[in-house]
Each structure stands twice: as structure tokens, then as C-alpha cells.
Design a protein around this ligand. Structure first.
Ligand code: ZN
Length: 262
């Protein structure tokens, strides 16, 4: 059984058993804002009913943290809301769900007596991740840039080499007491985010090192040391990074003596 947790003044999170996904709710004097909408229309409608447990306010804004179905496909349950997403997310879901306001880097939504900021800090879990900031209560909805109940998910649309820099930008915004809502799992703090980003950095550096050393994709996929998570979990990270970096060059060796032409 899921239930709303009031993280801060008129700022809630509800962790659903299905996909273990977190849904956010922020209330202002002009209406309510929903962060992610669950995996299909029926789940979205159930979410709407759950929102009605805490407020009768009009639901005027929906924000999708990224394009994956468990965060977006409940959008049609909120037909009167204006939906916001990063433009790459909007493009990725365009055939299924229309987003009203695609944006590139940042957007502010005025809820009346408070505001919510939407920030695209760079590529990571996808190329359209958005962090939703509620500045007056120091709460950050991080989408799947951060996960608590499982390691961060490297999908075929992820950017393993850029991800750590993106989370670094998030860390730069976090106070020691900030509350961070991951896409999946329990609420975390800045310390958790730093530790998870150390691991994301280890994955990126290990892959870069293997590539730089001339390691073939096949050999890199078979590499077992150094990973902070089970090898199977980073396989897609290796594939994605190698697709970006290209075929590794053969390592250059000193060829002293061989250049003599006599
Ligand atoms: Zn995702």
C-alpha cells in the first residue's frame, strides 16, 4: 500500500509498488503540479484519485522527468493540465503522448505563492532528464538521474560518459539538508547523491580507460574488475560508451629500433 508522504510544506511524494516509481505533488495558491504520471492511463487515473485524497485544487501542471513509460504514460489522465518536459523527452514520446511545453535548458512554473524550477543539467539517464526543484523547501525531484532501490539504470538511450558531470551540476545545487527524491526508491540526501555519483564516475572512467588502452568492445564487455555494480548491470553502459567513442585505436608502443631503415 502506497501513501503520500509530506516531505515539506505542501510538497508530497508517493512511492508506488508498481515499478517502485516515485510521483511528486506540489501545491501552490493557483493549483497543483504533478511530477511524473505512472505507466499507463489507468495508473494515471488512480493517481488522480490519490491526489484527491490530499487536495481538491485544480491540477494545472504536469512535469515529466524523462521519456520512459513508467514516468509519462499516465499523462492523458490529466487533460486539463499543461504538460512540461525537456524537448528531447517531448520528441521521444510524441507518437504516444503530446507535451504542451517542451523546453531546452530551464523553465520556471509560477504556482501563485511559490515557484517550481525545471532544470535540464545535461545528458545522463537519457538526453532529456529534468530535475524539478522546489526552492522554498529545498526539495529536488531528480528523476532517474538518481535511484535508491536499484543502481542507476543504463539503458540504450543513456549517456554513461556524460552522466557524472550532469549529476555534479545537481550536487552543486544541493545543501547538506536538501531532500532528493530519486525516480525509484526512498528519499535520499546530498551525501547519497555524491556517493552514487562516485560510482557513476567509476564506471565512466573505467570504460574510458579500457577504450584508451585499445581494449576491444568484446574484451571490455568481459572485463570484470573495477565495476561498482554487477558486471551485467554495466554492460549497456559499455556498449553505449563505445558507440560514442568509436573503435579503439591499437595501443601505441615505442617502436625503437624498428624504424631503422638500413
Ligand atoms: Zn527511466
Amino acid at each position: 500500500m502506497s501513501a503520500w508522504v509530506e516531505l515539506a510544506d505542501r510538497t508530497w511524494v508517493r512511492r508506488y509498488e508498481k515499478y517502485d516509481v516515485n510521483i511528486g505533488l506540489v501545491l501552490g495558491s493557483d493549483g497543483a503540479l504533478v511530477i511524473d504520471t505512472r505507466g499507463d492511463v489507468a495508473q494515471g487515473e488512480e493517481l488522480l484519485g490519490h491526489i484527491r485524497e490530499v487536495t481538491d485544487a485544480p491540477i494545472r501542471w504536469v512535469v515529466n522527468t524523462h521519456a520512459h513509460y513508467d514516468h509519462v504514460f499516465g499523462n492523458p489522465a490529466f487533460p486539463d493540465a499543461t504538460s512540461y518536459a525537456q524537448e528531447n523527452t517531448a520528441a521521444a514520446v510524441a507518437e504516444t503522448v503530446a507535451i504542451d511545453v517542451p523546453f531546452s535548458v530551464a523553465k520556471v512554473i509560477d504556482l501563485g505563492d511559490r515557484r517550481v524550477e525545471l532544470l535540464h543539467l545535461g545528458n545522463g539517464h537519457t538526453d532529456g532528464d529534468v530535475v524539478v526543484v522546489v526552492p522554498d523547501v529545498d526539495v529536488f525531484f531528480a528523476g532517474d538521474l538518481i535511484e535508491e532501490s536499484a543502481p542507476p539504470s543504463y539503458g540504450e538511450d543513456s549517456y554513461p560518459l556524460e552522466w557524472p558531470d550532469t549529476v555534479d551540476r545537481l550536487i552543486g545545487l544541493l545543501s547538506a539538508t536538501a531532500k532528493v527524491v530519486p525516480g525509484h526508491g526512498a528519499i535520499v540526501d546530498a551525501e547519497f547523491v555524491r556517493e552514487q555519483n562516485d560510482n557513476l564516475g567509476t564506471v565512466a572512467n573505467t570504460i574510458s580507460g579500457l577504450h584508451h588502452g585499445g581494449t576491444s568492445l568484446e574484451a571490455a564487455l568481459a572485463h570484470t574488475d573495477d565495476w561498482p555494480w554487477p558486471q551485467a548491470h554495466v554492460e549497456q553502459a559499455v556498449r553505449r560508451a563505445y558507440a560514442t567513442l568509436g573503435t579503439p585505436a591499437r595501443p601505441t608502443l615505442p617502436l625503437l629500433g624498428l624504424a631503422k631503415n638500413d
